[in-house]
Write a protein that binds this ligand. Structure first.
Ligand code: ADP
Length: 489
C-alpha cells in the first residue's frame, strides 16, 4: 500500500515533519503506517495538476470516462478482502460491515459508470418562432472533495465517481484517520486507467490542506462530509468565493414505534441502526420514540439484545461491534454517557468500557431510558453506540418529537397503519424516511442527504449527485435566417 500522497499520476512522500499516524483503534499499539502529511503547497501543486488535466478529461466522451469506473469495479472485486481488512484495521468496523461497505462502493461505481452515458440536459419548445432551445450539462472544472473517516471507502467513491464521470478533475482529501483505504481506492483508479491529474489525493490535516483546497480560487465546487463545526465554516468560506457547495453533516435519527408495530422487527432494526458501525454513521439510530402501549416490552427486548452483542476487534469474525475510531471519539462517547446520567436519563444497559478492551477504544453498547426532548442526549449527535429511548403518546407527538432536533437526515416508523405511515412521511422533516426498517442505508440510484442543519447543497448519489458536478448551459439556436430574435406575438 502506498504511504504518501498522489499528484498528477505519481505517488510521492511530502516533504514535511508532520506524520499522519495510522492507528488500529482496536489496538493502538498496532500502527498500520505513517503518512508524511501533505502541505498547503502540495495542495496547490495538486490543484494545478488537476487544472492542467481538465481540458483533456472534459473532452473525453462520457461513456469512455464511465469505462474507467467499470474497470475499477472489477479491480475492487478482486481486492475486496484486502480493502475490507485494511478498512477494519484502520477504522475499526467489524469485517462483515467492511465487506458490505466495499460492495456498496462497487454498486456506486457500477451506477456512476453507467451515468457516463446519461449526463443529459433537456429539450424544450421555445416561446418564439424558428428557435431551437435546449440545455446541456458541462463539467465544472477542478473540484475539491473532503471526506470523513466513518465510511473510508464508499464515501470517497460516492463523491469521486460522479465528479470524474461528469468530466471534472479532482483534488481529494480523505480523513487523517483513514488514509490507507483511501490510498487503495486511488491505486485502483490508477490501475483502471484514470489519466494523470484527473484524481489527486492529499493526506494531511483539514486545517491546512483542507483549508487550502477550499480557499483556492481554482476549485469551483466543494463536496464535504463531516462535522457541522467544520462544514459550516467551510460553507461560509466557499460562499465568499462563489463556489458551489454540498455539505453533509450531523444527524440525530429517530425510530418511532407505534402500538401496532411488530416489536421483534422493530428491535432488530433499532439494534442494527444504533450499534452497527459502533453508532458511527450519520444515519445511525440514536433515538427511539415508543408508544407507551409497547414501550416496556420493547425496552426489554432492546436491553436483552444489546447486552448480548459481542464487543471486540473488528478483525475477529466473532465480534458484533468494533471500537470507536480513536481516543477523541471514545472520550466523546463516554462523556455523553455521563451527560445523559447527569440529566436524569436511566441507564438500561452498557455505559462503560468493556473489561477486555486491552487499551482499544471500546465502549459498551449503551441504552438510556426516560429520555425527554429537553435533554442534550436527545438532541445532540454522539456518533457512538449510545441509544436514547423516550415516549411519544400518539402520532402527533411522534412527529413533533422526531422534528424537535436541529438535524434532518433520516428517520423510521414502525406501524401497520397506512394513515400513520403517510402522515409521518408527509410531516417529518428529514431528507430520507424509512418505513418498517432501520434508519440506515442508501442506494446508488437514490438521492442521499438531509434537511435543516444536516445538509446544504444538492443531494448526493443518484442523478442528483452527478448534476451537482455539472454546470447547466442553455442554448438558443435561431433558424429563422433573420439574425434577430423573433418577437413573441
Ligand atoms: P469527522 O471528525 O466527523 O470526520 P471533521 O469535520 O472533523 O469530521 O472532518 C471531516 C473532514 O474535514 C476531514 O477530512 C478533515 O480533515 C476535514 N477538515 C477539518 N478541518 C477542515 C478545514 N478547516 N477545512 C477543510 N477541511 C477540514
Amino acid at each position: 500500500m502506498p504511504t504518501g500522497s498522489y499528484i498528477n499520476g505519481k505517488w510521492f512522500h511530502p516533504n514535511s515533519d508532520r506524520l499522519v499516524k495510522n492507528i488500529n483503534p482496536a489496538d493502538p499499539k498496532d500502527v498500520l503506517a505513517e503518512f508524511p502529511a501533505a502541505t498547503a503547497q502540495d495542495a496547490q501543486t495538486a490543484i494545478d495538476a488537476a487544472q492542467a488535466a481538465f481540458p483533456m478529461w472534459r473532452n473525453t466522451p462520457g461513456p469512455e470516462r464511465g469505462r474507467v469506473l467499470w474497470r475499477a469495479v472489477n479491480l475492487a472485486r478482486q481486492r475486496l478482502e484486502e480493502i475490507a481488512r485494511t478498512m477494519t484495521r484502520e477504522e475499526g468496523k467489524v469485517l462483515k460491515e467492511a465487506r458490505g461497505e466495499v460492495l456498496k462502493g462497487i454498486s456506486l461505481l457500477e451506477f456512476f459508470a453507467g451515468e457516463g452515458y446519461r449526463v443529459h440536459g433537456k429539450t424544450m419548445p421555445s416561446e418564439v418562432r424558428d428557435t431551437f432551445t435546449y440545455t446541456i450539462r458541462r463539467p465544472i472544472g477542478v473540484v475539491g472533495l473532503i471526506t470523513p473517516w466513518n465510511f473510508p471507502w464508499a464515501l470517497p467513491v460516492w463523491k469521486i465517481a460522479p465528479a470524474v464521470v461528469a468530466g471534472n478533475t479532482v483534488v481529494f482529501k480523505p480523513a487523517e484517520n483513514t488514509p490507507a483505504t483511501a490510498s487503495l481506492l486511488v491505486e485502483i483508479f490508477e490501475e483502471a486507467g484514470l489519466p494523470p491529474g484527473v484524481l489527486n489525493m492529499l493526506v494531511g490535516p483539514g486545517s491546512t490542506v483542507g483549508n487550502a483546497i477550499v480557499n483556492a480560487p481554482e476549485t469551483r465546487a466543494i463536496s464535504f462530509t463531516g462535522s457541522n463545526e467544520v462544514g459550516n465554516a467551510l460553507y461560509q468560506q466557499a460562499a465568499k468565493l462563489n463556489k458551489k457547495v454540498t455539505c453533509e453533516m450531523g444527524g440525530k435519527n429517530a425510530v418511532v414505534v407505534m402500538p401496532d408495530a411488530d416489536l421483534n422487527k422493530a428491535a432488530t432494526a433499532i439494534i442494527g441502526g444504533a450499534f452497527g458501525s459502533t453508532g458511527q454513521r450519520c444515519t445511525a439510530t440514536s433515538r427511539v420514540l415508543a408508544s407507551p402501549v409497547v414501550k416496556n416490552e420493547l425496552v426489554e427486548q432492546l436491553r436483552e439484545r444489546a447486552s448480548k452483542l459481542r464487543v471486540g476487534p473488528g478483525l475477529d469474525e466473532s465480534s458484533d461491534m468494533g471500537p470507536a475510531v480513536d481516543e477523541k471519539q471514545w472520550k466523546t462517547d463516554l462523556s455523553y454517557i455521563e451527560i445523559a446520567k447527569s440529566e436524569g436519563a436511566q441507564l438500561l444497559t452498557g455505559g462503560g468500557v468493556p473489561k477486555s478492551s486491552n487499551g482499544g477504544y471500546f465502549v459498551e453498547p449503551t441504552i438510556f431510558e426516560g429520555v425527554t426532548p429537553n435533554m442534550r442526549i436527545f438532541r445532540e449527535e454522539v456518533f457512538g453506540p449510545v441509544l436514547s429511548i423516550g415516549v411519544a403518546q400518539n402520532i402527533d407527538e411522534a412527529i413533533k418529537f422526531s422534528n424537535a432536533v436541529e438535524y434532518g437526515l433520516t428517520t423510521s416508523i414502525f406501524t401497520q397503519d397506512i394513515n400513520n405511515v403517510l402522515r409521518y412521511i408527509e410531516e417529518v422533516e428529514t431528507g430520507m424516511v424509512h418505513v418498517n426498517e432501520p434508519t440506515i442505508g442508501g442506494e446508488a440510484q437514490l438521492p442521499f442527504g438531509g434537511t435543516k442543519n444536516t445538509g446544504v447543497g444538492e443531494r448526493e448519489m443518484a442523478e442528483e449527485g452527478v448534476n451537482f458536478f455539472t454546470e447547466l448551459k442553455t442554448v438558443f439556436i435561431n433558424f429563422g435566417g433573420t439574425g434577430e430574435r423573433s418577437m413573441i406575438r
